[in-house]
Design a protein. Structure first.
Length: 367
């Protein structure tokens, strides 16, 4: 019995040391887009019967959100048109299938992989409801392996892009020569509530946009992409009401506590430094910050915290400016920018995102 246990533990230890690398990252934007200056007239029409002071405040939120443009799965005029939750969700179902397939095919092409070579598929989304989940449709559309392992990740919001990568890493590190795909597709515009005049809804409308991304990972030996050195989740106690959705008759209603930035700041040292120390490094030796652009105030908070450590999050700010917050997919847009630059061998990067729970997720990369 003891020998059997030792053999099992030895086998487990060996497997847990197996390297997992990122093979490619690809992004896919929806068809429709508007610059923020062209969204303002739609906001004014939407709020036409509201108090003028309130309207000016909301317009200032849009103008000051640090988002120049955002994309959407439907015409922006339709976003501001009163329809049912069913109507919006039907558009969500139709469009995320397209975007998910496009992102996956792009990533496969970048890595020069065949779709049939995938062993594990994870799909990530929180902005609509679809059963069966997106992965089932991708298996059919691309004729993936009939025994491929599939995992839909839902209800985790902005943090879930990294969550999906963590789950893929856990799968791959125990199995040699396997391949995984993580596909994140989000449409926050599908959740927009026209009859909700709360500040949470106004802020979310000002910062969110739609988008999709895919990251491919592998436990094969012959990889040149960055290695996942470590990964870990961090859960904030007693903060479940800080961020998320309420399901109402009209759809998914945004929950967004204005205390999010200060809560992140209070936990920041415990989120970053022990994680890096566990992986035998420190922030001084991290070259690249792959941070999820949650919104202007969160970005400013984290920029100040990292700035004190001599680091910048310029790519995060640029992704926010160009696309807005696309929930779980957004951090993969930031990752793609670094991947496309081909960092030098030995350089390190930390991926970091926050989301409902309240939760932080971290991945340490080494090129």
């Amino acid at each position: 019995m003891e020998m059997g246990f030792q053999i099992f533990m030895g086998h487990q230890t060996k497997q847990n040391n197996m390297s997992v690398h990122i093979a490619s990252v690809a992004t896919q934007l929806p068809e429709f887009y508007r610059e923020t200056k062209d969204i303002i007239p739609l906001v004014n029409v939407w709020l036409h019967d509201q108090d003028s002071r309130f309207k000016r405040k909301v317009v200032k939120i849009f103008e000051g959100a640090a988002v120049d443009k955002r994309y959407s799965i439907m015409n922006p005029e339709d976003v501001f048109t009163q329809t049912t939750f069913e109507d919006k969700n039907n558009i969500y179902q139709r469009e995320v299938k397209k975007l998910g397939k496009q992102a996956l095919v792009k990533a496969l092409d970048k890595a020069k992989w065949n779709a049939q070579s995938l062993d594990f598929i994870i799909t990530v989304s929180c902005t609509g409801i679809m059963i069966p989940s997106l992965d089932a449709y991708l298996i059919n559309d691309l004729k993936l392996k009939q025994d491929i392992v599939r995992l839909p990740v839902t209800e985790m919001g902005c943090v879930a892009g990294i969550s999906g990568m963590i789950y893929a890493k856990k799968f791959l590190e125990s199995q040699p020569n396997k391949r995984a795909a993580v596909i994140a597709v989000e449409s926050p515009t599908s959740t927009f509530q026209l009859d909700d005049y709360s500040m949470a809804n106004m802020v979310s409308a000002a910062i969110f946009g739609d988008g999709a991304a895919c990251v491919l990972l592998s436990s094969e030996d012959n990889h040149i992409g960055p290695r996942i050195v470590g990964e870990k989740m961090y859960h904030f106690y007693d903060e479940t009401n800080m961020m998320g959705f309420d399901l109402t008759n009209g759809g998914l209603k945004m929950i967004l506590d204005p205390k999010v930035p200060e809560t992140i700041a209070a936990h920041f040292p415990n989120i970053v430094h022990p994680f890096l120390k566990e992986n035998n490094t420190s922030i001084e030796h991290v070259d690249h910050l792959v941070f999820h652009p949650g919104g202007k105030k969160i970005v400013q908070t984290v920029e100040e915290l990292f700035g004190k450590l001599g680091k910048n999050i310029n790519d995060t700010k640029e992704v926010l400016r160009l696309y807005g917050n696309m929930s779980s997919a957004t951090v993969l847009y930031v990752l793609e920018r670094f991947m496309d630059r081909n960092p030098q061998k030995g350089e390190k990067g930390i991926m970091l995102s926050f989301g409902p729970g309240f939760s932080a997720q971290r991945i340490l990369l080494e090129w």
